[in-house]
Design a protein around this ligand. Sequence first.
Ligand code: HEC
Length: 135
Amino acid sequence: MRVAATTMVLFACAAVLGACGSQGIKVAKTSPYHHGAVLFRDHCSGCHTLSVVGAQGSATSIANRVKTNGPNFNIRKENVEQALYAIRNGGFSGAIMPENIVVGPNAQAVASFLARYSGVQAQKVPSTNITLSTK
Ligand code: HEC
């Protein structure tokens, strides 16, 4: 019984990993973001996760994370300015991510692609407007 259960789990893992490996770019070839998606897959996916291009470079667990694991863009939202800043300066810290992996129009294409597709799985946090009173 236990062997059967273990086998089931292993098969499930294999299926999940297999599915991840075969994920391609899900941005239509006709989309204005396709070029940026290809550039992102080619230059950024080693260190960042973003499922729309099948990228899995971010850490999945504290136990097996490595220094080059960058933020997971399924969850973290970036705008164009932030993406361009990170591309030009090597992330926000300048410590690990290389600078200028893509430049010029290619940097623009990656930045607009990232701004459009990042943060789509971010949790919606309920918020309350607070009016500050000085009196
Ligand atoms: C060698 C690994 C590596 C590669 C390749 C890489 N990054 Fe990064 N990136 C990181 C790490 C690590 C951080 C977090 C530390 C920091 O911000 O400096 C980061 C941070 C960022 C941030 C800031 C995120 C935030 O909100 O804190 C952005 C945006 C970003 N990367 C975009 C990109 C893009 C676009 C590419 C491809 C052109 C790319 N990265 C390639 C490792 C990498």
